[in-house]
Design a protein around this ligand. Structure first.
Ligand code: HEC
Length: 141
């Protein structure tokens, strides 16, 4: 970095410039030091996504695979996860049909019932009273 001592002697008005220049150099150093001191803190910030919230729960129900294939293309799984747990079968069926008809999701007609069945038993009124249903939860018929 060139320093002022390499420059030719300054005329009287150059002193003003030099003082100004030195203080902005100091300011730059201060800023750099500040940035460096903040850097480790910035690096310590890690964004951890709650992975289990971004996917639909596994289930032995046939609709689970259909939902995994058809329900992530436009929005995250959270849309389904945060529906009221009391939502009945009719609500879920209406929701799946809305995705298909209103929003144009490529859901074949014969996938609507298995999807509805999976959704209401996993996230709606027909889910098991146990905590979160997982792969080990017995499938209800
Ligand atoms: C073609 C795109 C698309 C696909 C595929 C799709 N959705 Fe949606 N979904 C939407 C849109 C658009 C909304 C409304 C978003 C908003 O209101 O901000 C929505 C909203 C929702 C909601 C919120 C409640 C509501 O009625 O608005 C739920 C629950 C939902 N979708 C579930 C599903 C499920 C389950 C599937 C798979 C069967 C699915 N979505 C597939 C586009 C889609």
């Amino acid at each position: 970095m060139p320093t002022l001592s390499h420059l030719p002697p300054l005329p009287w008005w150059g002193g003003l410039y030099a003082r100004h220049s030195r203080s902005s150099t100091l300011a730059a150093f201060a800023l750099a030091a500040l940035t460096l001191s903040l850097a480790p803190a910035a690096r310590a910030i890690e964004i951890k996504l709650p992975a289990e919230k971004l996917r639909l729960a596994d289930s032995p129900l046939p609709g689970a695979a259909l939902a995994t294939a058809m329900c992530y293309t436009c929005h995250s799984a959270e849309y389904s996860l945060y529906q009221p747990p009391t939502s009945p079968r009719t609500y879920w069926k209406a929701t799946v049909v809305k995705m298909q008809k209103t929003f144009g999701a490529p859901i074949p007609d014969d996938a609507i019932d298995p999807l509805t069945d999976y959704l209401v038993k996993t996230y709606g009124a027909e889910r098991a009273p146990a905590p979160a249903p997982g792969p080990t939860a017995p499938a209800k018929k």
